[in-house]
Design a protein around this ligand. Structure first.
Ligand code: IVH
Length: 667
């Protein structure tokens, strides 16, 4: 076909396919047969193969072609993706409503109720009418660029009738699709996905986009970012505008003139939820009037103008077969229940936590009882209580363990706490659990070193500490002789262990298992102090002044680094070549803030960490106090001493708005 003719024909085909696509995937109302659709698609593919210059980024062919990525790039959200506070009952809801009435001075507040789709949230960025970016939520500040995969979701428009837009929503899998995928997986001998959300999440983060194209992911969009700036007055009109732009919105939403109407909606969908064809885990209630949002405001994590009502968890009954204690890496004893398998919220469950001994004795739960089990937050199975009236008369009372199930040492209750602890620092289980934690995905991310392998190598005496991991090479000949272990798996394990030497500091900090230092705190510390040396010499007072680090965490960190055994282990790790520095994860190529020093103060629209990360990603430095060397003071409202000092020293003071302009200014 001659080029001009091919070009015109491709335009016609693209328009047709786009229209049919919308009819089929958004409106559920196709006007042509599948064959007609496929034929047009094949024609377009053929033309694009002949003239690759005709492939545009919004071509419908982009939804079916596959490509393999090595990994996904990081993306800093232009406005953070917040989560929502929860309401579990009527009282929580009334409290939410009253708080808003107080903050706005209104006597009645209007709401929009929406279904809380149980999927994973995404953010879509359109520039010059085109979808240029599809990002996962990540930690809310930085997400992953999964644009190639997002394009495979056929209900998401690749081009819209508006130049710019950031819109957010939920990617999900219908229950039917979820079952299809699992059937296919069983056929291929692959493990099943446990629920539609996991399946959707696993699919969206697939590196091979051809697989994504085959699984019919879908998306409901519900959040028009900066709607008020675009002249939209309410959530209801925002949703209508999204519909007009041909996005798939959830049809079940409802305008509610007051909180009483919200409660009616919740009741209604509490019973309708299983007939929807997709899973929901609650109802999202949003103040309808967008102009009130700023007045109502935000907490550190959540907007105060919306709340998520969570449906009560499903409760089932089963027979309790056994109760046994287990010891964790901190020595804490948890009790577990084994019962006859039951189906809860879509999965078969055989075991659940009973927390601590007090939990069991207070409820007088006994082995042999009929018990009620639920999934807390619909994730972790939990025993609630036994069913009175179904107990056999002679069922003996349950007795708590007195000795550690692993090392047999006497258990202790520390500082009058409810939990029992094994305080033996060489308890084998504490050591292997600590190693497991060190290797885990969020810590040093060492693949191929499972719980089983750790326990085997520990028993053989090859692995007792973190540093031993890096010296396993010397046992190569013995390890590859072990059952289910060969040259290849040994090689993979060693590679993965060695790769972990180059991790950024927060992974090590988390992996060390310092008490009270979770993933988030580890990141905060790494960002703030940059190297482990800066941390080992820190004083409690210096730590406790940092936002989000309380005195308990501060004391625990200082105590950890002051312990001789820990110091020795860290020295060994250093000798082995473990990097102990923070590596900023999202780096921009153009270091437009190189040699700039920033100080941040006052109340800003987003957490300070967000701005810090942003400055640093452009090569800037952020410090705590203003000096003559400070380039800019980014000042929010209620700025105090730092502002005064900056004025005195003639340091340039910028607002958030000016900062944005600075960031967007072309070099
Ligand atoms: S609004 C700033 N609306 O629930 C408010 N969220 O717990 C943004 N979700 O992260 C959220 N359906 O992944 C909103 N109709 C809906 C939703 C919804 C599901 C998810 C979303 C969010 C989480 C909040």
């Amino acid at each position: 076909m001659a080029f001009e003719k091919a070009k015109n024909h491709s335009l016609v085909l693209k328009e047709k396919l786009k229209k049919w696509n919308y009819e089929y995937y958004v409106n559920d109302n196709p006007s042509v047969s599948d064959q007609e659709y496929d034929q047009a698609m094949q024609e377009l593919i053929a033309i694009e193969q002949q003239y690759s210059e005709l492939i545009t980024i919004d071509s419908p062919t982009q939804r079916v072609s596959g490509e393999v990525s090595e990994k996904f790039n990081k993306y800093v959200h232009t406005s953070p993706m917040l989560s929502l506070g929860n309401a579990f009952n009527y009282d929580d809801l009334i409290h939410f409503d009253e708080q808003i009435k107080e903050l706005t001075g209104l006597s009645e507040v209007e709401y929009t109720c929406e279904l809380k789709i149980d999927g994973l949230s995404i953010s879509l960025v359109y520039e010059q009418h085109l979808l240029v970016m599809g990002v996962t939520r990540g930690d809310g500040i930085i997400g992953e660029d999964v644009t190639v995969n997002i394009k495979k979701i056929k209900s998401i428009p690749l081009r819209i009738d508006q130049p710019n837009l950031t819109v957010r929503g939920e990617v999900y899998l219908s229950i039917e699709e979820f079952n299809n995928i699992n059937e296919e997986r069983v056929k291929n001998g692959e493990p099943k996905f446990s629920n539609p959300r996991n399946a959707a999440s696993g699919t969206l983060r697939q590196l091979d986009s051809a697989i994504v194209a085959k699984r019919n992911l879908n998306a409901f969009l519900y959040y028009y970012v900066n709607a008020a700036q675009d002249g939209i007055q309410s959530q209801k009109t925002a949703l209508q505008r999204l519909e007009q732009l041909k996005f798939k919105t959830n049809p079940e939403y409802r305008y509610c003139p007051n909180i009483a109407a919200v409660w009616v909606y919740i009741q209604e969908y509490g019973s309708k939820r299983h007939q929807l064809g997709y899973e929901i885990d609650g109802i999202v209630i949003k103040v309808n009037n967008l102009n009130l949002y700023n007045r109502i405001g935000y907490t550190a994590k959540n907007p105060k103008w919306a709340i998520a009502y969570k449906f009560p968890s499903e409760v089932v009954v089963t027979n309790l077969l056994n109760i046994f204690p287990s010891v964790g890496r901190t020595g804490r004893i948890t009790y577990n229940a084994i019962f006859e398998p039951v189906l809860i919220a879509g999965t078969v469950v055989r075991a659940a936590t009973l927390h601590n001994a007090d939990f069991i004795t207070e409820r007088d739960i006994r082995i042999g009882d009929t018990v009620q089990v639920k999934k807390a937050g619909d994730i972790i199975p939990e025993v609630i209580n036994y069913v009175a009236g179904q107990r056999q008369i002679k069922t003996p009372k349950w007795q708590e363990a007195t000795n550690c199930p692993e090392c047999q040492l006497l258990l202790e209750r520390v500082d009058g706490k409810v939990d029992q602890y094994c305080i033996n620092s060489i308890c084998p289980k504490k050591i292997t659990r600590g190693l497991e934690h060190y290797c885990s995905r969020n810590a040093m991310n060492i693949e191929g070193v499972s719980e089983k392998i750790i326990e085997r190598l520990f028993k053989l005496g090859y692995l007792k500490s973190f540093s031993d991991l890096y010296q396993l090479e010397q046992y190569r000949s013995k390890i590859i002789e072990l059952e289910n272990f060969g040259d290849k798996s040994f090689e993979n394990m060693i590679n993965s262990i060695n790769n972990s030497k180059n991790n950024s500091l927060e992974r090590l900090l988390f992996g060390l298992g310092i008490r009270h230092v979770g993933k988030k705190t580890a990141k905060l510390l790494a960002r703030q102090f940059k190297t482990i040396d800066n941390l080992t010499t820190i004083k409690i007072e210096q730590l406790a002044v940092i936002n989000d680090i309380g005195s308990i965490v501060a004391a625990s960190v200082v105590n950890y680094f002051a312990t001789p055994a820990k110091q020795q282990e860290l020295a060994l790790l250093r000798k082995i070549g473990i990097k102990m520095e923070y590596i900023a994860s999202n780096q921009h190529l153009i270091k437009k803030f190189e040699n700039y020093r920033f100080v941040i103060t006052g109340v800003l629209s987003k957490p300070r960490e967000y701005f810090k990360e942003l400055f640093e990603s452009y090569g800037g430095q952020v410090s705590e106090s203003v000096s003559a060397k400070t380039t800019y003071l980014l000042a929010g409202s209620d700025a105090g001493n730092k502002l005064v000092k900056a004025q005195k020293l003639n340091v340039k003071i910028i607002s958030e708005e000016e900062f944005k302009q600075l960031l967007n200014k072309e070099e």
